[in-house]
Design a binder for this molecule. Sequence first.
Ligand code: FAD
Ligand code: DLZ
Ligand code: SF4
Length: 528
Amino acid sequence: MSVATQQRSAAVTVLVPILGDQLSHAIASLRNRSRSDTVVLMMEVADEARYVRHHKQKIIFILAAMRHFAAELAAAGWTVDYIRLDDADNSGSFAGELTRAVARHRPHAIAMVEPGEWRVRQAIDAWRARFDGSMDILEDDRFLCSISEFRRWAGQRSTLVMEYFYRDMRRKTGLLMTPDGAPVGGQWNLDDQNRAPPKKGQTYPAPLRFAPDAVTQEVIALVEDRFPDHFGNTATFALPVTARQAQQALAHFIDQALPHFGTFQDAMVAGEDLLFHSWLSPALNIGLLTAGEATAAVAAAYEAGKAPLNAAEGFVRQLIGWREYVRGYYWLEMPGVADANALGAERPLPEFFWTGETDMFCLAEAVRNTRDNAYAHHIQRLMVLGNFAMLAGVRPQDVGDWFLTVYADAFEWVELPNVLGMSQYADGGRLGTKPYAGGGAYINRMSNYCGHCSYDVKAKTGPQACPFNALYWDFLARHEDRFRSNRRMANMYANWDRMGPDKQQAYRKSAAAFLAGLIAAAPGWVRA
Ligand code: FAD
Ligand code: DLZ
Ligand code: SF4
């Protein structure tokens, strides 16, 4: 491997630690800095792989991308002190490696970009308090909205409605805006054109899969050796691990998938792991690609007539709307939100989230995609996995641990708001105004899953009936006090009322029988 671990001969002045999700050549800590008095520190540490037992592909992805990035920096003339996981003296933690690096290089200053996760920020701040030199923590300006800017935005409002934040971000970036400040096409949000079910006979583009090179293969062997019991397949690893590959993935998405991305954003199809989704979140979240680059390329494709507005707007909304919004929410609400459990859900996570062994085809299919690719698309996460967990009353922190462990794109700043806020309603509606709850009819309408399933989606109660049906009504009944007065749920309660007591009882008995049969996961899946 060509990673440079050079000792500098001249007195070193500035140490620049770069974390595994900061792999951007334009990172603020390197900007305007001289190569002659800088040592870049990159640290592979076992603690980060083990604080939850990440999917093997997630560890491979981050370590392989780190090694490629370090080699690129070295080739560009930077001095890189790269600590490998299997280095003999590796302490296993960021704090331990910072201490060792200070002893090696005796820097007069340290400069690093703010860590993306609360947990890591706390550890770095604690270390910094003990360090007797100067240490600058710089803003992560790869995000389009800073943490302080979001705080100001939120401070002026009683509720955090994403739509208003999104409009401000459109104005700020000028993306898909006319010169006189109006949204292109006259509407801010084309979400109502993003919900078509899959079409019979539709074909889907083949995902762009990157074959592991020698560097990545070495990491795969290392991960198999060091973390053999972690969840996930490694033979199917195909993620981009360099900025160049991430650009290829973006170009492939724009060319092959973007034209249909908007229309079929909520569709699900058996055996189709991506449909028209981009699979760019892993690369975006570790910095191989920035949101600015991806949205500019998509807006340009729209302007060139290569994609319709509902696709370009849908994609831009996810990135400058949702992605930036959840990050702002995370830093606004942490650490309290991590323990949120507004619905008092206490059931442990079912075992099938790990094994995939369930007769519910939609869930088995989502777990398979997760195991094979460390990926599932948004509607699998929200309306299959998350929906099931919420309806079944699974403890939100167990759900969060699972999502954080299994996805290559899972970093707490984006995972936690999506799980606790959007999907589990654990924050009591701070992020979303109503729970994302759906029965079998929703999944049947938006997918072809039910045709493959041994349950009957049309049957309402009894052992053969789709479990989502009874669980849905049981959830509404359990949380009637909270949700009946929610205007957006009035229709659902009107339907519940029309059923009458016998039918209501049958639903509740069916749900109870199903829930009694669920097997809980053993604790060792997440933490040793
Ligand atoms: P596309 O559908 O192609 O969307 C394009 C991009 O938009 C994504 O790459 C992503 O960067 C961004 N995006 C879309 N939706 C969201 C969103 N809700 N929040 C933030 N960014 C969004 N996303 C993560 O990046 N990491 C996570 O750990 C994560 N956990 C999730 C957990 C749950 C329960 C839910 C419901 C959603 C979660 N998401 C998470 C959001 C979303 O599901 C993924 O970003 C998306 O599935 C990634 O696949 P893609 O790149 O093909 O996305
Ligand atoms: C997730 C992860 C893993 C598995 N390994 C490393 C690592 O060895 N070195 C590193 O710098 N980062 C790693 N990461 C990412 C971190 O856990 C964390 O998400 C980021 O530092 C953001 O705070
Ligand atoms: Fe899922 Fe129910 Fe359809 Fe089976 S019948 S795939 S459990 S929604």
